[in-house]
Design a protein around this ligand. Structure first.
Ligand code: HGY
Ligand code: MN
Ligand code: MN
Length: 408
């Protein structure tokens, strides 16, 4: 049984994690930013050092491909994830899966194994969706879920246009989106939640992924003097926004379901200490493993917004930013993950992914599944994100074993 080169993998994770630090030392490699370019350049350098064919599509998705004369005509096994990050990110989210994918390919390439299929590793553009909505955008385009021209026209939170930014960082590639049709898709990722650590289980065999609903809400009230305006005469966009946040939080918390609700961004206008806000703009992230419940949560929110507009004397508009239904992964691949864990004497646990991943898009065009490793304290999207080296290596070896099983 061959194993990955642990030192090479761990060094690369830390090397990539040092790229894209801002003035305060925070890791910020937002999609198509110059920091993202630096991370991409480093990854492409490793692909070339490994002797892989490098292909970049119009969406900036980066692929490293290893074909042999004996298998070049076959559909490849694709291992993917992302190397863009959120703001003030940890070093493992996405990057771990991409670098473990490269590591598995390099290990197999050096092993002398005769593989029946090419192997490829992908770093998909804009998985996080922090600068441009929706998230998982690069893999969504690859899977045919949105047209390339629509995606490249996406306007960022900073007013930039994705297509122009990709061109300016040199990653507006030539390949047509979806040019690489995978036989199967695998993604290794940190769990980003508390389950595996809490149960002392090193490997998650991810069998499904919850649905995601992103909306941007704009509440318009009337700016007025904070001192002279009686409470009964206010159209206070800020107060109305606060009531929505409380409504979502209390409702999700009171439900005995896994529904989660998050208001992650909010801004007021004119944003002055002594002016009643005339406008509040904020985003809502709703998720649930079951489509009917996610729809029920969206309907409850819509009804609440209607009541609130009347009660607060404000107008409320809603913009949909992303909407993805729950996804069931391929049970045969999930079983291969479990079998690989047993072969390495590791316990595994079937689980649902709370986070969105490129695998949920690739599942539209190929059998797909994910492997999780524990997150310390369940923390992610936070610089305190951490996974033990032994756990990172164990996950990479499971990925290697499943790929080997699928390709021989
Ligand atoms: O939003 C997500 O779950 C992922 O981190 N993009
Ligand atoms: Mn991720
Ligand atoms: Mn993430």
């Amino acid at each position: 049984m061959i194993s990955v080169d642990a030192r090479r993998l761990l060094d690369r994770i830390r090397d990539l994690g040092a790229i894209g630090r801002d003035g305060e030392g925070r890791l910020v490699r937002l999609a198509a930013s110059d920091a993202d370019r630096q991370g991409r350049d480093r990854f492409v350098g490793w692909l070339r050092e490994a002797g892989l064919e490098v292909a970049i599509d119009r969406m900036g998705n980066i692929f490293g491909i290893w074909r042999t004369p004996g298998n070049a005509g076959q559909a490849p096994i694709l291992i993917g994830s992302h190397i863009d990050t959120v703001i003030d990110a940890g070093i493992y989210d996405g990057c771990y899966g991409v670098l473990a994918g490269l590591e598995a390919i390099e290990t197999l390439k050096a092993s002398g194994f005769v593989l029946s299929r090419p192997l490829a590793v992908a770093a998909f553009t804009n998985e996080e969706g922090v600068r441009y909505s929706p998230d998982m955008m690069g893999s969504l385009v690859h899977a045919g879920g949105v047209a390339i021209d629509e995606a490249l026209a996406a306007v960022g939170t900073d007013g930039s246009v994705l297509g122009q930014e990709l061109a300016s960082i040199g990653y507006a590639g030539d390949e047509q989106p979806g040019f690489l049709k995978p036989h199967t898709y695998l993604e290794l990722h940190i769990e980003q939640g508390p389950v595996l650590e809490r149960e002392g289980v090193p490997i998650g065999a991810v069998e499904n992924l919850q649905g995601i609903s992103w909306q941007r809400i704009t509440i318009d009230g009337v700016a007025n003097h904070a001192g002279t305006t009686p409470m009964s005469m206010r159209s206070d966009a800020g107060h109305a926004a606060a009531r929505v946040v409380a409504f979502l939080h209390d409702r999700a918390k009171a439900s005995n379901t896994p529904t989660v609700a998050t208001v992650g961004t909010m801004r007021f206008e004119p944003n002055a200490i002594n002016v009643i806000p005339s406008r509040a703009v904020f985003t809502i992230d709703l998720r649930d493993p079951f489509e009917h419940r996610l729809q029920a949560e969206e309907a409850a929110l819509a009804a609440h917004l209607e009541e609130l507009a009347a009660a607060e004397g404000v107008t409320i508009s809603v913009e949909r930013l992303a909407r993805f239904e729950p996804v069931i992964f391929d049970s045969r691949i999930v079983e291969l993950i479990e079998a690989a864990a047993i072969s390495r004497g590791l316990v595994s646990k079937r689980m649902t992914s709370g986070a969105g991943h490129d695998a949920q898009m690739m599942a539209r065009i190929a059998p797909a599944a994910m492997i999780f490793v524990p997150s310390a304290g369940g923390i992610s999207h936070n610089p305190r994100e951490y996974t033990e080296d032994t756990e990172l290596v164990a996950g990479a070896n499971i990925l290697l074993d499943v790929v080997t099983r699928l390709a021989t």
